[in-house]
Design a protein around this ligand. Structure first.
Ligand SMILES: [Mn+2]
Length: 342
């Protein structure tokens, strides 16, 4: 294997040490996590020895209609796992997130063997035997695609389409946080992609509940200058929060889009900003504080607060005020988005 990089040789050596492997995404996986997990599974299976097994797993909910359509259309086999299931595997590859950040099933007591990610690096990652964290990349799928390319794995349309769609959604079609590496890989994969399947995924039928949540969000959206804060109350799936945050950032004059919603006994928060200097990750970490977990990039970030018996209405109101305070907008008067102009 003369053309393989040291990193891949290291990965393959590590892979051969254990039998039963799990490639794990973050909870409520998005297309980048799904694409990267499938790509890693294809890579490991390429080097598989007798008796070795590779399973793809995810925590939380596979919620978004497009993501369900991606799994269905590409015939991906993904298993929903809990923490105990993860602990039962000999080896763990974690993609599109890092241990202990709160959005996945690994932590200090359940460390993965491999981490491939593009979020800002966290302390615990240095304890992982093989870690490849490239915060400059727009998508984890790009890193995984580079591995497959370097390992000389032939491009089969399902894996090419999954990785292409992962890069496409995480970078909004190369428009958000994409580097040269993302762009080159995106164009390289393009020739192997089944565009018919991409169209099928992007136009997946939406359940009626989607439009109900959308109506709630539109009615609760409040504008404070260049900030929009949306409290959607109860949501039917957690990942709709980030979808809404993307949507509301498109309102003209808005630089900050903040969406809060409750899923089960947890408050989920998603923040988007139009300018990388505005540091969305830092903002969410400060707003959530010690009550939950948070993290993200400069332009997109998310947080979670377990309610632990606290009143959800009071907690959402507290968050709403805290965001305004942190953005120096506590004195601004809020206007309803749907307020009619007279
Ligand atoms: Mn990603």
């Amino acid at each position: 294997m003369p053309t393989m990089s040291k990193q891949i040789e290291h990965l393959v050596a590590l892979f051969h040490e254990k039998r039963n492997w799990l490639v794990l995404t973050h909870n409520d996986p998005d297309p980048d996590a799904i694409g990267a997990a499938f790509g890693m599974a294809v890579l490991l299976r390429h080097f598989r020895q007798k008796g070795q097994r590779v399973t793809i797993g995810y925590g939380g909910v596979l919620g978004r209609a497009e993501n369900q359509a991606m799994v269905r259309a590409l015939r991906l086999r993904m298993k929903r796992v809990e923490r105990d299931d993860v602990a039962a595997y000999d080896g763990i590859v974690l993609v599109d997130c890092q241990p202990g950040v709160g959005n996945n099933l690994t932590d200090e007591a359940l460390l993965p063997d491999v981490v491939i990610d593009h979020h800002p690096r966290v302390r615990l990652t240095s304890a992982v035997p093989l870690h490849d964290v490239r915060p400059s990349y727009g998508a984890t799928s790009t890193i995984v695609a580079e591995y497959l390319q370097q390992a000389g794995v032939a491009w089969e349309h399902r894996v090419a389409t999954a990785l292409f769609y992962g890069i496409k959604t995480d970078t909004l079609g190369l428009a958000r946080g994409a580097t040269q590496a993302d762009a080159e890989m995106y164009l390289h994969l393009h020739q192997y992609v089944e565009q018919r399947i991409v169209a099928q995924i992007e136009r997946a039928p939406l359940p009626r509940r989607y439009f109900q949540v959308l109506a709630d969000a539109l009615h609760s959206a409040t504008i404070y200058g260049d900030i929009i804060i949306v409290d959607v109350h109860i949501v039917h799936r957690p990942d709709i929060i980030s979808e809404l945050a993307d949507m509301f950032l498109r309102l003209e004059g808005i630089n900050w889009s903040i969406v809060i919603g409750q899923f089960d006994e947890t408050l989920a928060i998603s923040v988007r900003t139009s300018s990388p200097e505005l540091r969305a990750g830092q903002l969410v970490r400060r707003a959530v504080g010690a009550r939950g977990s948070a993290g993200g990039h400069s332009v997109m970030a998310a947080g979670r607060i377990p309610l632990e018996g606290r009143d959800p209405v009071a907690e959402r109101a507290r968050l709403h005020r805290r965001f305004l305070e942190l953005l120096g907008a506590e004195r601004r008067r809020g206007r309803a988005l749907l307020q009619r102009e007279i």
